[in-house]
Design a protein around this ligand. Structure first.
Ligand code: SF4
Length: 294
């Protein structure tokens, strides 16, 4: 995996709580982030704003919560813990480059196994395959969902848009591998970037690979831009896709693309292709089945 990540950009910190309770269940009630900041460098990253909110401008600067597994064990040992689903990596990828060295995810997974706690893990890195057996073990005990966001099969675009992630084919391969476990597996085609990754050809190639990987579901979503993300994204478009700049700017007068664009995309391309390849859009189905059994 290509990376210019340097040790200078890492700061070790201690956390006082491992879990963050969400205001509403969506369908998970808790978030766990080992890292703050992310080295994958995706140009549409929604999490940039949360970093700025914490007073840190440079999203590639990564804070590592070195005691998070120990802290998680304390929290899950509480008699009040009711084995709710934990979403791992909502605002930073738990398998970003630094994890190769820090090896915190295996410790977190061991704690989840100990407490039979269900989890959703989303990543754009095939480093997750390092923890294959731990995840497989957890998936035998409870609900586990492995998801990967994959936006394009055009490697030239992928290198520009998500420069420091695994390639799209590597990500499909990891989904295929986890499909052999008891975990449910999902493809997140989000964000679909207007005029760049929204072609019939691109969406069809994603559906085709999703079918080959036998994913349980595919979840599409159109680009949304707000705050710091908007600034970073438009700067990137101006530099790398200058010929598309005006059209995208026109479409994004507000945070989201307009209704007619979305209708054309979903009704004309995404839904017919999903149906053609018989890919479900329900991530809740495997969740309900598994949580019901436990
Ligand atoms: S992997 Fe996620 S958190 Fe990391 S840069 Fe990309 S969008 Fe942001």
């Amino acid at each position: 995996m290509a990376t210019d990540f340097s040790k200078k950009n890492i700061e070790e910190i201690l956390c006082t709580s491992a879990l963050n309770k969400l205001k509403r269940k969506i369908p998970y009630g808790w978030d766990l982030n080992i890292y703050r900041g992310c080295s994958h460098n995706c140009k549409y990253c929604y999490a940039i704003y949360s970093h700025e909110f914490l007073g840190e401008q440079d999203f590639s600067k990564v804070f590592v919560k070195t005691n998070i597994a120990e802290q998680l064990d304390k929290e899950l040992s509480s008699p009040k813990w009711n084995r709710d689903i934990i979403n791992i990596g909502g605002v930073s990828d738990s398998y970003q480059t630094v994890e190769e060295e820090m090896k915190i995810m295996p410790e977190v997974l061991k704690v989840l196994i100990k407490h039979k706690t269900p989890a959703i893990i989303s990543t754009k890195s095939n480093l997750i395959l390092r923890d294959y057996y731990l995840i497989a073990e957890l998936s035998k005990l409870t609900y586990v969902n492995i998801a990967s966001t994959i936006t394009t099969l055009n490697e030239e675009d992928r290198k520009k848009i998500e420069p420091d992630s695994s390639t799209s084919l590597e990500r499909f391969k990891l989904l295929k591998e986890f499909r052999k476990t008891n975990a449910s597996v999902g493809l997140h085609t989000m964000p679909i970037i207007p005029y760049i990754t929204d072609s019939y050809l691109n969406i069809e190639s994603l559906c085709l690979e999703a079918k080959r990987s036998n994913v349980h579901y595919m979840l599409p979503g159109v680009l949304y831009l707000r705050g710091a993300t908007r600034k970073v994204f438009f700067k990137f478009i101006k530099e790398q896709y200058s010929e598309k700049y005006e059209n995208i700017k026109e479409l994004y007068k507000t945070g989201g693309a307009d209704k007619s664009y979305k209708e054309k995309l979903y009704n004309g391309i995404v839904n017919p292709l999903r149906e053609k390849y018989r890919i479900s859009n329900s991530y809740l189905k495997p969740l309900k089945e598994k949580m019901h059994k436990n």
